[in-house]
Design a protein around this ligand. Structure first.
Ligand code: MN
Length: 180
């Protein structure tokens, strides 16, 4: 009799241990999962403030990372674009390098076709050449801009037209080729 209840007691302890182990694993798994989700959702740098200057269409957030000084003569900024948001045509006298950190975007230099760029791409905007960059219509887009300052500030030009923007869309390009 005593032996039986002792055996039952042992089984109960074992079951309790199994339940505890299962609980522990579940908690561990959810931590790992939330870590993964957070890694996907939170950008490396703060999104910054919504840009209020009249040099773009759509919503653009800007976060200054490092300002040009006596030692480092370039600005570092992180820019985030809502889907479809884009800068106007502009020129950097000293050029600019864009390190794409998120999403898919468009880049076009005057006289060339629109280039589709993705997270991980590095873009060199040639000094003195008019160009624009922004998000693809269905994707947020972000980059770190390295902007040399010794040759002067960015010159802002005209807005990007709908035709220019949508020329990156393969369906649009097909349509325009069909017409010819
Ligand atoms: Mn630029």
């Amino acid at each position: 009799m005593l032996e039986k209840s002792f055996r039952n007691f042992l089984i109960a302890v074992k079951e309790k241990k199994t339940v505890k182990k299962a609980l522990f694993l579940t908690v561990l798994q959810s931590f790992a999962l939330s870590g993964q989700l957070m890694a996907q959702e939170s950008p490396i740098f703060p999104k910054g403030k919504v840009a209020t200057v009249d040099n773009h269409t759509g919503t653009v957030w800007l976060s200054e990372l490092s300002k040009s000084d006596d030692v480092f003569d370039f600005n570092l900024a992180h820019a985030t674009f809502a889907p479809g948001a884009k800068l106007d045509w502009h020129i950097h006298p000293g050029g600019q390098i864009l390190l794409i950190t998120e999403g898919t975007g468009y880049y076009q230099e005057k006289g060339k076709s629109v280039q589709i760029v993705h997270k991980g791409d590095v873009l060199k905007c040639t000094p003195g050449v008019a160009h624009w960059h922004g998000a693809a219509p269905d994707s947020t887009f972000a980059y770190i801009a390295v902007s040399p300052t010794q040759k002067g500030e960015t010159k802002w030009l005209q807005r990007v037209t709908d035709e220019e923007y949508h020329s990156a869309d393969p369906r649009q390009s097909k349509k325009s080729t069909d017409k010819q």
